[in-house]
Design a protein around this ligand. Structure first.
Ligand code: ADP
Length: 157
């Protein structure tokens, strides 16, 4: 069974991300969560905090680790000897966007992308909507791990 890399911004991690990583861990020998950092992108949380929040949320998963990365995802996969990229799709819009990257990544190094469809109960959920609700004083406790709740409270205090 190959090692898979589950990449994203995870700014912050939501229960939708956790669902994908748990299901991925049942399919692959190892899943490495790759928390992306792009110098020109603005984040609510820095890369180390996003990594810590994800690690805290998957504490009981033995075949999962969480790392940060910069640069091309395919290079990170090669360094980690991972032959699969794992991604979640919530909608046709996601699928359309993901197709381009999956095809480009396969063309670059041969790495395959495996998609898991979102749990319908979580398919509306995104880091952006969590930030929008939380930033306007709404309750996101049903959507994020408890550690993220604490971090959001500090951020919006
Ligand atoms: P990116 O900035 O790379 O889109 P995200 O952190 O938004 O990263 O998402 C990482 C991955 O998780 C993507 O494949 C995205 O489609 C998937 N994802 C995000 N939210 C959900 C959700 N609620 N259910 C399933 N997959 C999701």
């Amino acid at each position: 069974m190959p090692t898979a890399v589950y990449s994203g911004s995870f700014d912050p991690v939501t229960l939708g991300h956790i669902d994908i990583v748990r299901r991925g861990c049942a399919l692959f020998e190892q899943v490495i969560v790759a928390v992306g950092h792009h110098p020109k992108k603005k984040y609510w949380f820095d890369a180390a905090t996003r990594q810590q929040l994800f690690s805290d949320a998957i504490g009981d998963l033995p075949n999962c680790s969480v790392m940060t990365f910069e640069g091309l995802l395919v290079d990170f996969c090669e360094r980690q000897k991972a032959s699969v990229i794992l991604r979640g799709v919530r909608s046709v819009t996601d699928a359309d966007y993901e197709m381009t990257y999956a095809t480009a990544n396969r063309d670059l190094t041969g790495v395959e992308t495996v998609f898991l469809t979102a749990d319908p109960k979580l398919s509306f959920l995104s880091s952006s909507i969590v930030k929008e609700i939380s930033g306007n004083g709404g309750d996101v406790s049903r959507y994020v791990p408890s550690g993220v709740m604490a971090a959001l409270s500090e951020r919006t205090a």
